[in-house]
Every structure is written in C-alpha cells, then in structure tokens.
Design a binder for this molecule. Structure first.
Ligand SMILES: [Zn+2]
Length: 289
C-alpha cells in the first residue's frame, strides 16, 4: 500500500482552496465581487487595520479618477475577484486607508490576504510588460491565459516568478543563522538566495550557504515553499546538516553569522515568512528528538 502523503504545510500567501483562477476580459464586477484596489504596493482598506476589510465595489466610485488597469483574477468562494490599480497619490475616501500588505497579515481574512498577494504580483507584471521586451511594440492580453503578447513579433510575456532557496543548517543541537545589513537590529534568519540559470535547487542551496558563510552542507531535506509577492519570488525552504567549514561571513552580504543553541535563539523574523516557519519547525523537531 502506498502511504498517504503528509499534508503540505500551508504558508501565508498560499492560494486558498476555494480559489479558482481564471482570465476573462470584459464582464463587469458586481456588488458581491471582491475588489483588490492598489496604488503602487498599497492596498485600499475599509475599516482600518484591525478588522480590515476590502472596499465594496460600490465604494470605488468614491475614488478620484479612473483606474490605470483592472484584471480579473477568478473566483473565491464563487465570488468574482478583481485587481485594480489607481494612480499614485489618489486620496483614499474618508473612511478608508492605503496600507502596505505586510501590515495586514492576521488583520485581513487569510484567503483575501493571499489573493491580495497574487493581485499585487499580477498588477506589477501588467504594469511592467506594456511594451514588448524584444521590439518595443505595445503588447496586449492573451485571450485564454495570463500572458501579454506582442502583436508585431509574437513574443509572449508571462507573470515572472523568481525562485529563491532558503536553508536552515543543523549542527548537533545548534542551528546556523545569519543577518544581512538591512535586517532589523538584532534579528537573524536562515540563509537564502536566488536560483541562477542552469542551477538546481540543491546546487543553489549549497552555493549560497558556502558563499555567505563558508559552511558546507549535506543531507538536504525539503521543508515547504511559499509564494512571496515582494515583488515576485517563490521561496523554497530546506533543512540541511553541517558537513564542514568554519563560519566566514561574506563581506557586504552577511553582517554576522553564528551557531545558535536552541535555548538561546536571537530575535527571529515574523511568522508571515517561511523563514520563521522553517526555524520554528526545525527547532520543534530537534527539541522533540
Ligand atoms: Zn515584439
């Protein structure tokens, strides 16, 4: 008998089960449509940060001017979802706010939060692919898939996703954490880096850990993945064992790296990120073993 696969770990920004993606041009939003309204990376929120809600479709007439773009996203619980982008400096209606998506974690409903991350990426992709990257002709939407096409040379541009690998290295009852210069003071995290063309995830992981800390790893195990919409990453997290080397932080990239005992961990990233889920998950397993 084939053993049942364990349930995958659901991270913030993972597509909700009741979401069905679709592409449709034309068709008008109705009163029960979900409207994800952005100004750059800021989302329009009714009701303030605690108990945050999306604006109703009828509320959009209270915004000055016209949207720069509107994209159909599909349905959530059989309700249509639309993403809008309004021009920079569009003032919010009296009882609404423009808020950064990160600040809405655990305040907006989880499903809406996840779709807001997807909407943000589609809006950003649509905005930055208005012209063909090969010949400069204005592009247009493809009818049946999420893509923009050049009518002149037929180049197709799909939403861009940049895979990045994350790794937590174990050595006995210690874990390797590091900090970049741009981290909040005192905060450490697992190591991470973008995958290069021609590189497998495992090769990327080994290279990043070696480049950033001088540590060699072995016995790599998959942990989980997370869509990360700032701006368009897919984080793929692993745990690995120490296989040799002395900590030598990469100048400019890594401010400090240390082996931390499980009872003396530093300040860690927020639980919105897979980094924290990875650290909590691995530390939990180590304490239980
Ligand atoms: Zn072209």
């Amino acid at each position: 008998m084939i053993p049942e696969a364990p349930p995958f770990r659901v991270m913030p920004f993972t597509a909700p089960e009741s979401y069905l993606g679709a592409v449709k041009h034309g068709g008008e939003p109705g009163p029960d449509s979900f409207c994800f309204v952005f100004q750059q990376a800021l989302l329009l929120i009714a009701g303030g940060a605690p108990g945050a809600q999306l604006p109703a479709h009828d509320d959009l007439v209270r915004l000055d001017g016209q949207p720069l773009r509107r994209l159909y996203l599909g349905t959530l619980d059989q309700r249509d979802c639309y993403a809008y982008e309004y021009p920079v400096d569009t003032p919010p209606p009296l009882d609404m706010l423009w808020l950064g998506l990160r600040s809405l974690y655990n305040k907006l409903d989880d499903s809406l939060f996840a779709l807001a991350g997807r909407a943000l990426q589609y809006i950003d992709w649509d905005r930055t692919h208005q012209f063909c990257g090969r010949c400069g002709t204005p592009t247009r939407h493809r009818e049946h898939e999420r893509a923009r096409e050049c009518p002149s040379c037929a180049l197709i541009a799909y939403p861009r996703i940049a895979p990045a690998v994350m790794c937590l290295v174990r050595r006995g009852q210690q874990i390797l954490l590091a900090r970049s210069p741009h981290f909040l003071p005192g905060m450490y995290s697992a190591l991470a880096g973008f995958v290069e063309p021609g590189e497998s995830l495992e090769q990327c992981l080994a290279r990043e850990v070696l480049e950033e800390t001088g540590i060699r790893v072995a016995n790599t195990r998959y942990f989980a993945s997370q869509p990360w919409p700032f701006p368009h990453s897919l984080m793929i997290a692993f745990v690995a064992d120490y296989a040799g080397g002395e900590i030598t932080p990469a100048p400019d990239e890594i401010e400090d790296a240390q082996w931390f005992a499980l009872d003396a961990l530093p300040k860690l990233p927020n639980r919105i990120s897979i980094a924290r889920r990875l650290i909590d998950g691995v530390v939990g397993e180590m304490l239980a073993s």
